[in-house]
Design a protein around this ligand. Sequence first.
Ligand SMILES: Nc1ncnc2c1ncn2[C@@H]1O[C@H](COP(=O)(O)OP(=O)(O)OP(=O)(O)O)[C@@H](O)[C@H]1O
Ligand SMILES: [Mg+2]
Length: 749
Amino acid sequence: MTVPMSDWKSATPHGAIEVLEEEGITKLYPPQEKAVPHALAGKNLVLAVPTASGKSLVAYLAAVKRVLHDGGKVLYIVPLRALASEKFEELKRFERLGIKVGMSIGDYDEVDKNVDQLDILVATSEKADAIMRHRSDWVRAMSLVVADEVHLMNDPDRGPTLEITLTKLRMLNPQVQVIALSATVGNSQEMAEWLDAEHVASEWRPVKLKEGVLLENTINFTDNSHRQVRPLGDPVWSLVKDTMEEGGQALVFVNTRKSTETLAVRFSKLNKERLDAKVAEELEKAFQDEHTSIGATLRDCMRSGMAFHNAALSNEQRRTVERFFKAGNIKCIVATPTLAAGINLPARRVIVRDVNRFDDGGYVPLPVMEVKQMCGRAGRPRYDPYGEAVLLAKSVDQSHMLFENYLLGEPEDVVSKVGNERVLRGHILALIATDTTNTRKGIIEFLGRTFFCHQRGETGVEQAVENIVQYLFKEGLIRCPGIDFLAEEAEADLKATFFGRRVSDLYIDPVSAAKLRDALQTYTHGKKDLGFMHAVCSTPDMLNLYLKRDDPDVISAILEERKDELLFPAPDIDTPDHEYFLSELKTSLVLDSWVEERDEEELLRSFGIGPGDLHNKVEIGAWLLYSMRELSNIFNKDCYPVLTKLMARMKYGVKEELLDLVALKGVGRVRARSLFKKGFTSLESLKEAEVSDIAKIIGIGELLAQRIKSQVDPLYVPERKVKSSGRDSKEDATVEEPMRQGQTRLFDF
Ligand SMILES: Nc1ncnc2c1ncn2[C@@H]1O[C@H](COP(=O)(O)OP(=O)(O)OP(=O)(O)O)[C@@H](O)[C@H]1O
Ligand SMILES: [Mg+2]
């Protein structure tokens, strides 16, 4: 079925084929054969083919060609960081052809210094959008943009950013080639029309994927074959065990984080196999700095070859699970659907336990597209000779429904979500602030190029633009040069104010900016830590925690005690706003506890959250505090030094007195506190100290003590190499503390 590479070799850049051949890729798959000529010829392309059919390769070859032949830059957009890492690693294989590949996961308000030196940049759509706001010259130098998992445009929260980014790129750089990679969706042809692209669609998959429904110990597959599964009480476990007995690995999808954990724990008790000694040792090493209970539970599960994967885990924990699973050491992962997008995992069998999700107060069925994505993790080339995806039914009726709706059902159309004023506000401000367009007419024309207008026409767009322009003017983010009112003409010149430009660069919602400004303007001297935390949690950029039953009473009591710290007054009790206020305050208290050095595990337990949630809130909190500090330059300079300290405290989770110590490499909040307690309260005191005295402190050890010493004392030369043996060396092996060491990653997509 495959086509020899030699047939199209001449069009492929010298060296690229050798790189692929070394990876064991010697022939093109049929859909690749159709798509590659378009991609190499520089044509726009929508490639809508099943999961695991090698879509990325088509984009990689085009990328290599654009860089080597045209000297242009390539932007590779992905929806998730985990996917960014995978694509980055794969693209790096081409670096020996003289191509420089980078991945951008940094701060939104700065452009990575080396972006100009890169030929191929892998980034999420938010990061790509943020870079474009700073650097229109970079956009003009671009010759190819790849939109991987382009069906993300269907997502109400994140889809509009991808759609606007693609629209903007094409407007600023009409020559740019666009390659959009999509799962099978109902309307990929329509997307191709929007992008003026060739359309390659196919049902072909390199590894056979059998899809079926388990009902009473029998899997009935869509190809009419059957398979008996030995009943072991729990149907999911029966399926997992059955896969393991055949030497395969299983991936189970469920709809709540709690279930991922409960199931993995249960399976780890049922599984009698243990990791071999070497792997077990590697596992202990991966978890040696672990001090959260969720981490301990995960490690215990993994000792029995089982794992769970959800957003409550930290990035580090999730990467560990993926790594052990890819290496074949973990036999089963129970995951929420976040693991479903694009990643290559060696799952022989995917088990989809839940086909609904809790949303807006009730359960709603999952879209076919999502279930297909989950199923598509099974049977990936290189890993497995075949794959199986199994849904679970409790009754004959349900089994019919699963067959009709999902396995035999057509995937939905991608429907643009750009027609929402909430998501458009920031994008319209950016169009004005970057001088991409400066009139209502220009904005309407811009929106006319979106997939939204391609699908729905321009009805309602004018009104939405007017509402947003009015709002931006009212909040002082834009102005009409020369006059102090907003001229109501389609061609009236609109300019961003200094405030507006900063907001666009900071990549925050204009509504967030207005909130932060209001808070800054009410600030007067005094301790206002909680007030600042609350200000950032009152913005739409922060997703606040839900209130649990006892929360209102507990939070109200704290509110009473600390009300002088707040920058916004509490709304009247018994109003709906009061409940929002309490949930903002709850999130603020998480952040406040973090900077007050509350023990991490205790903090997680008392707020009922996981490390991943904490990291996420802290990252967004730090970004918003940074934004607030930047805006304080305009609205209240007194806040600048106060916010600078608070930002740093947020980054590390420490009180002010530890700020110097945590700036040292290898020293996080826990080690800094241990040093402080033993009298090392400043860099000076460490400089004076003997290495042996520093090494004695719990959690430090000889190697880290030397590393600390060389940071504080430029004249220090380590006297001898520390022998790596025994317990000490293990403690020393990883000197970074598990919680972020100077990371400035934002969002956790
Ligand atoms: N022609 C080929 N021969 C052998 N292996 C290939 C070939 N093309 C791609 N592969 C391998 O197939 C695997 C799946 O490819 P890829 O991740 O691009 O799939 P995909 O179509 O993007 O799937 P998804 O929709 O799940 O993202 C990769 O491991 C890749 O290296
Ligand atoms: Mg893919």
